[in-house]
Design a protein around this ligand. Structure first.
Ligand SMILES: Nc1ncnc2c1ncn2[C@@H]1O[C@H](COP(=O)(O)OP(=O)(O)OP(=O)(O)O)[C@@H](O)[C@H]1O
Length: 244
């Protein structure tokens, strides 16, 4: 049976040999939700995300993304999602405009649509003067914003962001989150991993993974109440550090 949620995960497990990287996790993400996927280094976030975007086969369990099964309908999943990795995939030796055109082609968009989208995106980002500059000349924060926009080119329903704001200042991160909210308000579902706890506060709900398992999952407000602390940072420390 197809589920109505954007993401539906049931007893998902990934083993590498006899090491269990993702241990029987279950959760659902609603349409239009901003879902934070947290965990210390090595907790299993990237492995879980790779299964959800259809590039790593689960050892056991099930997951549906945009109503498609990640194991048996991986191609459909890939068409329905946007993905931005930590090292985002822009080409440094192409200009912003060329990158957008290039990725539009990869996503199979028509030339006329690419042209229109490229202009739209450059206007939206306020990058008119930089459009013909090489990506390598841009500050990291701008590269991240362009990479995020590129991941939206094919109008995906769900966007996976793997530590999208690593290494930039709080103001630039805040601007990036404004872009995230804009997309969520348009009805897109956002699945985001981050190490920044102020960003965890911006999510509708947050899950915290510890050693392959989801140890907590709720709204930031409820988690803080449950753990009797004032910030998500303290929630995270209580959970993730307890185990070390
Ligand atoms: N292909 C693999 N073969 C063996 N072990 C792996 C493989 N991929 C990941 N692991 C292990 O699985 C565990 C979880 O890794 P994963 O990259 O999913 O963690 P993470 O939570 O994303 O960490 P980080 O925040 O550092 O990216 C780690 O112990 C890692 O060494």
């Amino acid at each position: 049976m197809k589920k109505e949620n954007a993401i539906y995960v049931e007893n998902l497990t990934k083993m590498f040999g006899d090491f269990t990287a993702v241990n029987n996790i279950s959760f659902e993400v609603g349409k239009g939700e901003v879902f934070g996927f947290l965990g210390a280094n090595g907790a299993g976030k990237t492995t879980a995300m790779k299964m959800l975007i259809g590039i790593l086969k689960p050892t056991s369990g099930h997951a549906q993304v945009a109503s498609f099964d990640v194991a048996s309908q991986a191609d459909e999943v890939k068409k329905s999602i946007g993905y931005m990795s930590q090292r985002f995939s822009l080409y440094n030796d192409l200009t912003i405009k060329e990158n957008i055109t290039f990725f539009g082609g990869i996503y199979g968009l028509k030339k006329s649509v690419i042209k229109e989208k490229t202009q739209e995106l450059i206007d939206e980002l306020g990058l008119k003067d930089e459009a013909n500059k090489l990506v390598k000349s841009l500050p990291l924060g701008w590269k991240q914003k362009v990479a995020f926009s590129v991941s939206l080119l094919h109008n995906p329903r769900i966007i996976f962001l793997d530590e999208p704001t690593g290494g930039v200042d709080p103001i630039t991160r805040r601007q990036f989150w404004e872009m995230i909210y804009r997309e969520a308000h348009k009805g897109k579902t956002i699945f985001v991993t981050t190490h920044y706890m102020d960003e965890a506060e911006y999510c509708d709900r947050v899950s915290i993974m510890v050693e392959g398992k989801i140890e907590a999952l709720d709204t930031p407000k409820n988690l803080k109440t449950q753990y009797k602390v004032d910030s998500m940072n303290q929630v995270f420390l209580k959970l993730a550090r307890n185990i070390e």
